[in-house]
Design a protein around this ligand. Structure first.
Ligand code: HEM
Length: 241
């Protein structure tokens, strides 16, 4: 049997290649794209629902003849697209919630969030945060380093653990069948109409995140990042843009 020689550079090279190759696990990729599809369903149907009544109120009650908190500059199409809009919204929402739950449970069990999302103490200093922010404002192309930068980590944590759960909760607060069993879901908001208004603003924040997220993916190299998020592997060596 031929003897083998340990060459540190070779071993290190293989380790690097292995790290580069495996980028996103199957559950992360599958749930990410299922969630993205259902999010588009939510946006389209949400717009349909708003068109039926583009006025927002505060407190428990509000409707035609009541003074709104604010109105969107859209035509009021009473009855219009809200029928199919509601069906599509509820269907998309449950798919998003189930995909999100699977993502969160597997991410906790596999320590994905701890390893990939939690910023280190050094990254949470003002100088590091400002440096990262300046790089983003200058549209500096990120390195092809496989780990997320501090702003990515913080925004992913915010979306996964704050924004998305709050959006679900404010959605639950508008469902009579859910509030009849769990009245606290609407009580924490102070009324159905407040929950609707808060839901609208939280959804806008999710849309803003989506725009910034896709812009960053384009800046970082659309081809390579998408390839990694679809196939799970980044191209070894020089990555395609
Ligand atoms: C509302 C919709 C979306 C949400 C909430 C979302 C959220 C996320 C999150 C949390 C991650 C980190 C995944 C992880 O490692 O656990 C991620 C990664 C990623 N997302 Fe999205 N995403 C959305 C839509 C999109 C869209 C529309 C695209 C592409 C057009 C996209 C492309 C990517 C890519 C390429 C990555 C990997 C980034 C990297 O490796 O640096 N996402 N997304």
């Amino acid at each position: 049997m031929a003897g083998s020689t340990y060459i540190p550079e070779l071993a290190e090279g293989r380790a690097t290649e292995a790290r580069e190759a495996a980028r996103h696990g199957l559950v992360v990729r599958a749930t990410h794209w299922i969630f993205t599809l259902s999010f588009f369903g939510l946006v389209v149907s949400g717009f349909g629902i708003i068109l039926a009544h583009p006025h927002f109120y505060w407190g428990e009650t509000g409707g035609i003849g009541t003074k709104p908190l604010f109105s969107l500059p859209l035509p009021t199409m009473l009855g219009g697209p809200s029928g199919w809009g509601r069906y599509m919204h509820f269907q998309s929402a449950w798919i998003a919630v189930l995909a999100g739950l699977l993502y969160v449970v597997s991410g906790v069990l596999l320590r994905h969030f701890r390893d990939e999302f939690l910023p280190s103490k050094a990254e949470l200093t003002w100088s590091s945060l400002c440096g990262s922010l300046l790089e983003h404002l200058r549209f500096t192309r990120p390195t092809q380093d496989e780990s997320y930068n501090v702003l990515q980590r913080l925004s992913y944590l915010g979306v996964v653990f704050v924004l998305f759960p709050m959006t679900i909760l404010s959605g639950f607060a508008m469902s009579p069948s859910i509030t009849s069993v769990f009245p606290w879901t609407v009580e924490v908001f102070g009324g159905h109409q407040t929950a609707r208004t808060v839901h609208f603003f939280l959804s806008d924040l999710l849309l803003l995140f989506l725009i910034a997220h896709v812009a960053m993916v384009i800046l970082a190299g659309f081809g390579s990042r998408m390839r990694a998020m679809i196939l799970g592997r980044a191209a070894a060596g020089k990555e395609p843009r």
